[in-house]
Design a protein around this ligand. Structure first.
Ligand code: 2SA
Ligand code: MG
Length: 425
């Protein structure tokens, strides 16, 4: 197996965690390259359920090296809490199995404040963020005033950096009539958490280079989905990082040539958590049923996810912009028992047909799906482990999706359980 990049091909929550866990059996290193603890990856292994936010999904497997790359925004307190929670579940995290890029950006309490203040003030314009400070942390990174993981090592230089950061944040806070952040208090907090984070820090680009040269297989684990990409997603209803496969190189410090196969993960239907356009959304009983059967609630925030039919237009577009070589289709079993299943194959807007999502937000909100209707299947596909165990109609559905999205379906996942996965090619 070559190196593999796993990215979400919809709006996140496609089941990346399970697929990454399944693939990590065949990998040596698992790397996260964007996002932060806004991600929520659920792993079901035997009778244990692990909910990961910041840590790469490989950490639950013994003998794998997990890397948090430079493209990730790291909340040190959330990191420590997640490590401690896993320890409570019997998974030991040490420098042996976790390294964090020294040049990763830190999420601080003032980022979370700003994220939440903005969302509260936005009224109907709310993005529906996870409130974890992701956007403001990336803003400070690009604004060249961020505190980085490396800075936790150097209390002596922290003062100057905190000054630069607070010049910006306290100006905003004064403007909003909020209490200013105290420099001394922030430095004290950072110095208190540092000893729990510093042991994991490393020059991860160099480490990756060594691993690559030693012929070890690397799995790049994306978070969120391509439609939440800051450039290619449904802007401004997106997250603040690039979520497409190319970011795996930038966000971990390697070249595009190291990436190998790009596996996009898509659900057999569509969900979205947070606000923004969603052409195939079902605000009816069918949407409710899909949500209940699929347990569609946010892993991190518990928010109810919006549900709709599969949108082949979007996944086809994503396959191209994200550079997807094959799709892992997940949660097919949620569609078991529907007499009819619909798929969106195009959009209509003001009498015109679109085979892609229009770029403007207003047009994205107004497009009407052009449907193709499939006969459903009554047998269960849940837990199927062989292609030939699937009902004929389900096979037909998957094959037709492949054609519509112009991309092969290489894996099929039929339950959250690790082994309920069918390798198609
Ligand atoms: P943010 O917090 O700035 O990244 O939010 C911006 C948008 O990105 C969406 N977003 C997500 N969408 C799906 N899943 C995500 N992770 C968690 C999960 C979410 C949860 O796996 O369930 O628990 O609610 C995720 N993270 C960010 C977000 O909804 C905004 O639309
Ligand atoms: Mg998720």
């Amino acid at each position: 197996m070559a190196n593999v990049v796993v990215v979400g091909a919809q709006w996140g929550d496609e089941g990346k965690g399970k697929i990454v866990d399944w693939l990590s059996e065949r990998a040596d290193v698992v790397v996260r390259f964007q996002g932060g603890h806004n991600a929520g990856h659920t792993l079901v292994i035997g009778d244990k359920v692990y909910k990961l936010s910041l840590l790469p999904s490989g950490v639950v497997r013994p003998g794998k090296l997990a890397i948090i790359g430079n493209g990730v925004v790291v909340d040190p307190w959330a990191l420590v809490a997640e490590i401690e929670k896993l320890a409570g579940q019997g998974v030991a995290i040490t420098r042996e199995n976790l390294r964090i890029a020294e040049n990763a950006t830190l999420i601080l309490p003032c980022h979370r404040d700003l994220d939440q203040i903005r969302e509260e003030a936005a009224g109907d314009g709310k993005i529906g963020t996870t409130g974890r400070g992701i956007g403001p942390a990336y803003e400070d990174k690009v604004g060249r005033r961020a505190i980085r993981a490396q800075d936790l090592r150097n209390p002596a230089t922290l003062g100057v950096k905190v000054d630069r950061l607070l010049l910006h944040h306290n100006a905003i806070r004064r403007g909003l009539g909020r209490e200013e952040v105290s420099k001394d208090a922030l430095i004290a907090e950072l110095n208190a958490i540092a000893p729990k984070v510093v042991p994991y820090l490393d020059v991860t680009w160099e480490l990756l280079d060594q691993e690559r040269k030693a012929g070890r297989r690397i799995l790049f684990e994306g978070a969120q989905g391509a439609l939440l990409d800051i450039d290619h997603g449904t802007y401004p209803f997106v997250t603040s990082s690039n979520t497409v496969a190319a970011q795996a190189a930038t966000g971990s410090g390697t070249g595009p040539g190291s990436l190998g196969f790009v596996l996009g993960i898509a659900k057999a239907y569509t969900t979205r958590v947070g606000a923004g356009p969603f052409p195939t959304e079902l605000n009816d009983e069918i949407g409710e049923t899909i949500g209940q059967r699929g347990h569609e609630f946010g892993t991190v925030t518990g928010r109810k996810r919006r549900c709709g039919w599969f949108d082949a237009v979007l996944v086809r577009q994503v396959a191209k912009v994200a550079g997807i070589d094959g799709i892992a289709l997940t949660k097919l079993d949620v569609l078991d028992g529907f007499s009819e299943i619909k798929v969106c194959v195009g959009y209509r807007l003001d009498g015109e047909r679109f085979n892609r999502l229009p770029t403007g937000l207003n047009a994205q909100k107004r497009v009407e799906p052009i449907w193709e209707t499939f006969e459903g299947w009554s047998q269960s596909t849940a837990g199927a482990r062989r292609w030939k165990d699937l009902p004929a109609q389900a096979v037909k559905y998957v094959r037709h999706i492949e054609e519509l999205i112009e991309c092969p379906v290489t894996l099929l996942s039929t339950s959250p359980e690790r082994d309920d996965t069918i390798l198609m090619k």
